[in-house]
Design a protein around this ligand. Structure first.
Ligand code: F6R
Length: 608
């Protein structure tokens, strides 16, 4: 949802800003732009399309300077045009602003500003900000920003520069992420940590309603009210390679292959030496677990699919009823919750606006909220009562892969933890399941190394217009996720459906041109899904199945089968999803799609 960067120091800011924007492109790639103080006014270069267009424009332009700001856009207000690209300026082209978020009251602000003689050049909500700052400016940029943001409603992370002071960036945040990288007499501003990792691992994470005055000589952080804030430096543990492609063609493929490591790292701090289950930041012990009335899981997209898997594990092992809701539905559903209910909210980015709104709704009703995220310091970590971290490392590809399997892994362990607290499984049963969970990284590795034919199958079906993905039980969330992956990166229409429901409608869609992907791993409903596959074949559809190594039955009914390692039924989701990620990936590649930056999408959805 837009990425912003800034640099102040003693180097040329332009290559540093471009490098930072490259790392943030996952947040949006409709247009990109830079602003650097120049000869008498702030110089701006901006281009429609992804960053390569801006890079070309910059190489034809002598723009440079020791300070600058930049932006990569995911369009919300106004189409992806050059005029709507950031940075945006005031009337005199002295003050320049980049913004991530949404100014909800921009229409009334804009009308008032026009009434007072300001001229606008874009359809964006952002453009009101430099004009408001212009009205408050009398030589002190920090004070002008501090006054101007009082008028803003909505969410913003902004970086502001002014021609009058080419050694000053003012930044402010409310409900949109912002970090500041600390170098040697230089500072880096960014929406997310990967943008600064090439330069520093020492970070200040700005919190809501905080702002900063940053020069090459130092930094001061205050609240919006001007109260000084003393911040600890956050030391990033990832190496810079974690945010690079490392020889892979795309981030998505690299991240698919990083899944064994992501699960291993995620599990590492959850199991103690004596098989103890550890959730350090979860305020939820035996007493609360025993009083638990129900669990509600809220999330969006792929994280929602992880939630569907978590439901099955929690219900089966901890014997607590679990509801799973899409955050954007939950927040307006007038949910029935009380202090004996637990809400688990899953968000890899920790910034999804609908999910955060759901968290606030749940807390208002007295429920305990536990967040699951991959991003330390993200907004969810401050809003939830307790946190569970996945340690998948930075996920740059827009389509979630390694964060999904890491989410599933922690939900499995948390289900086991609840079961232990509630005494619904014996110690032996818990130990056996824990042992199977810890085998998952190696099993994912095995599946990844036996994926040879997925590419051929993808090439064969890449021109089909529609796909149906069918699953039952633990296979249903896998089918939903397989269909979502295909849609989002290859733009092929795909529906995920409960296999038993197929005859109540979707079967009408089937003919020779609609391949069906069936999740048929070993389970108590295996025979049933084989029956559904027969129904599909009778309508002429080709069947691509995901099954367990050694399944002889499947070969008789499926046209192609991808095999996964045998594990207990509940855990099989984490394995069965792997071939479907690769199928979607190769299908998208065969169609020439940009898998890391699918159209209209962004990695972190900070708008409602
Ligand atoms: C799909 C995908 C999205 C996200 C969704 C929620 O590949 O990545 O569907 O899962 O936008 O994002 P988070 O988990 O950051 O809340």
């Amino acid at each position: 949802m837009c990425g912003i960067v800034g640099y102040v120091g003693n180097k040329n800011s332009v290559p540093i800003l471009l490098d930072g924007l490259k790392k943030l492109e996952y947040r949006g790639y409709d247009s990109a732009g830079l602003a650097v103080p120049g000869n008498g006014m702030v110089e701006i270069v901006k281009e429609v399309g992804n960053l390569s267009h801006l890079e070309d424009a910059v190489s034809n332009n002598r723009i440079n300077g020791n300070l600058g700001i930049g932006h990569t856009r995911w369009a919300t207000h106004g189409r992806p045009t050059q005029a709507n690209a950031h940075p945006h300026n005031d009337c005199k082209n002295k003050i320049s602003v980049v913004h991530n978020g949404i100014i909800e009251n921009f229409i009334e602000l804009k009308e008032a500003l026009i009434g007072r003689g300001h001229t606008f050049h874009s359809e964006t909500d952002t453009e009101v900000i430099p004009h408001l700052i212009e009205e408050c400016y009398d030589g002190d940029l920090f004070e002008a920003v501090q006054s101007a943001i009082k008028d803003l409603e909505g969410s913003f992370a902004i970086a502001v520069i002014c021609q009058d002071n080419p050694d000053l960036i003012v930044v402010a945040r409310k409900d949109s992420p912002l970090i500041i990288g600390i170098g040697d007499r230089e500072y880096f501003v960014a929406s997310d940590i990967p943008a600064v990792l090439n330069y520093t691992k020492d970070i200040f994470i700005l919190q809501d309603c905080e702002m900063a005055k940053i020069t090459s000589k130092g930094i001061s952080i205050t609240t919006f009210e001007g109260e000084e804030v003393n911040k600890d430096i956050f030391k990033v543990k990832w190496d810079d390679e974690a945010a690079e492609k490392g020889g892979y063609e795309d981030f998505m493929l690299k991240e698919i292959y990083e899944q064994p490591k992501a699960i291993r790292e995620t599990l590492r701090d959850k199991f103690g030496k004596d098989g103890e289950i550890i959730f350090e930041e979860v305020p939820f012990g035996k007493e609360k677990a025993c009083e638990l009335n129900k669990v509600v899981i809220i999330a969006c997209g792929t994280s929602y699919h992880a939630g569907l898997v978590g439901k099955q594990a929690i219900e089966q092992w901890a014997k607590v009823p679990v509801e799973v809701d899409i955050s954007s539905e939950f927040r307006y559903s007038n949910p029935i919750l009380n202090e004996n209910d637990l809400v688990i909210t899953i968000t890899q980015s920790g910034e999804t606006a609908d999910t955060l709104a759901g968290v606030r709704e749940a807390k208002n009703r007295g429920a305990t909220v536990i967040g699951v995220t991959n991003v330390l310091g993200s907004t969810i970590t401050r809003e939830a009562d307790g946190m569970i971290y996945t340690h998948a490392g930075p996920e740059i590809g827009v389509a979630a892969t390694k964060t999904l399997v890491s989410q599933m892994a922690v939900l499995y362990v948390f289900a086991l933890y609840l079961a232990k607290c509630r005494g619904t499984l014996s110690d032996e049963e818990i130990a056996a399941i824990a042992c199977d969970i810890q085998k998952l990284p190696d099993q994912v590795e095995e599946i990844l190394s036996a994926n040879g034919k997925i590419k051929d199958v993808a090439n064969k079906y890449a021109n089909c217009a529609d796909f149906l993905y069918l699953g039952r039980g633990i296979g249903l969330p896998v089918a939903l996720e397989g269909a979502l992956k295909l849609k989002e990166i290859s733009y092929i229409h795909a529906e995920g459906y409960a296999a038993g429901e197929m005859k109540h409608g979707p079967i009408a869609l089937l003919d020779e041109g609609v391949p069906v992907v069936a999740i048929a791993t070993k389970s108590k409903v295996h025979e049933k899904i084989l029956g559904n596959i027969q129904e599909v074949r009778a309508r002429g559809a080709d069947v691509i199945a995901v099954s367990t190594f050694g399944d002889k039955e499947i070969e008789k009914v499926a046209d192609h089968t991808f095999y996964v390692t045998e594990t207990m039924e509940t855990l099989s989701a984490i394995l069965a999803v792997i071939p479907l990620q690769l199928l979607a990936y190769y299908m998208a590649k065969a169609r020439g799609c940009n898998v890391d930056q699918p159209r209209n999408l962004a990695k972190s959805v900070t708008v409602e």
